[in-house]
Design a protein around this ligand. Structure first.
Ligand code: COI
Length: 355
């Protein structure tokens, strides 16, 4: 299959890497030299190329700008101690972008185009992978409807692009969250399970209201009753109550099936923690916070990996959570996950693709 993926490569004349102070990067503000681009037209993907990272020109009638056919993925590349490049679970991102594509009436991206484009791009820009413990190369594959079109229908033309950004930690401050019971992120039958640009745009207003009051993230609840917890901001959310690790299940399709979420649950089981995926009520979290059995709350996502939460405010009551250094479950899982990603321990689940 691989030899059918023909990718034309145009390299930059001069890399920008020397202009970058890697210690001072703000998440998502510095981009590597190249990007991968593929176009979908006449029912097929063609014109696969790697070119210098640069602005792209779009028609004002570009359908994605009007009707929101835009989806994306987030993934990361690391280097191991020998300087070899490691991609974390790229085949899962290749699958998930097509789940999003189907829901949004967009064409699927053949796995070999996704993976070969990614491998070639990351190999070319491997010097941009930072080596700090909390650093990585964040990878942003995305697809949008590029057809000039004002009629409301699925577009016939799309662009798929992958570009990358060296990053340090996502959060620079401890995370305080508020459980949101007025606004909703997703509803049953909607697009909550898909990585759709509009999910993030729609969350900005309630998130900003929370931020203005000192909450770095919201914890979303179900839109029907606001009694059950779904996600935290742009992350999945997990709770340690007593000795159990508990996280909302995905059955209602209102929550993104996070790849970090799955990795954390898998490692938790390997480390012999008791894991429950089920509905998690706001009431249960309030009760466990009050009786002292709520030991840990953390978000999981590609950008943040594991973001430990220092306080949670529910229905106007704020609960401070135990000191981060005492959190055995999230600290041990976080370490193990990073050790796998950086190739320091055996990758028994076959998650890491070495270039
Ligand atoms: C990720 O963790 O990759 C996300 O999707 C969060 C992102 C919106 C920064």
């Amino acid at each position: 299959m691989v030899d059918v993926v023909n990718i034309n490569v145009e390299k930059v004349n001069q890399s920008r890497i020397k202009e970058v102070d890697f210690d001072k990067i703000v998440f998502g503000k510095v981009f590597s030299d190249h990007m991968f681009v593929a176009d979908y037209k006449n029912g097929e993907w063609s014109d696969l190329k790697i070119q210098p990272y640069s602005p792209i020109s779009l028609s004002p009638a570009c359908a994605a700008l009007h009707y929101g056919q835009a989806i994306f993925e987030g993934m990361k590349a690391y280097k191991n101690e020998n300087g070899e490049v490691l991609l974390f679970r790229p085949y899962d991102n290749a699958k998930r972008i097509n789940i999003s594509a189907r829901r949004m009436c967009m064409p699927e991206i053949p796995e070999e185009i996704f993976i070969e484009g990614l491998k070639k791009l990351i190999s070319l820009d491997s010097a941009w992978i930072p080596s700090g413990e909390d650093s990585s190369l964040y990878i942003r594959p995305f697809m949008f409807a590029s057809e000039q079109l004002l009629g409301v229908r699925p577009a016939d033309e799309y662009k798929f692009i992958i570009f990358t950004a060296p990053v340090n930690s996502y959060y620079s401050v401890p995370v305080n969250v508020k459980v949101e019971t007025e606004f909703s992120r997703a509803m049953e039958g909607g697009v909550g399970f898909a990585k759709v640009a509009g999910n993030y745009g729609a969350a900005l207003y309630p998130a900003k209201m929370g931020q203005d009051k000192g909450y770095q993230q919201l914890v979303w609840t179900d839109s029907a009753t606001h009694e059950y917890i779904e996600e935290s901001g742009t992350m999945n959310v997990m709770f340690q109550i007593g000795n159990k690790l508990i996280t909302p299940n995905l059955d209602l399709k209102t929550t993104l099936a996070g790849i970090t979420r799955d990795s954390v649950l898998t490692i938790a089981k390997e480390l012999e923690y008791e894991v429950e995926e089920r509905r998690v009520s706001v009431k249960e979290i309030i009760e466990s916070a009050k009786n002292g059995s709520l030991k840990d709350v953390f978000g999981t996502g590609t950008a943040a990996t594991i973001a430990q939460i220092v306080s949670i405010t529910l229905k106007g009551e704020r609960f401070e959570l135990p000191p981060i250094e005492n959190r055995a479950i999230s600290n041990s899982i976080s370490k193990k996950l990073m050790d796998i990603k950086k190739g320091r321990v055996e990758d028994k689940y076959g998650w890491v693709l070495k270039l």
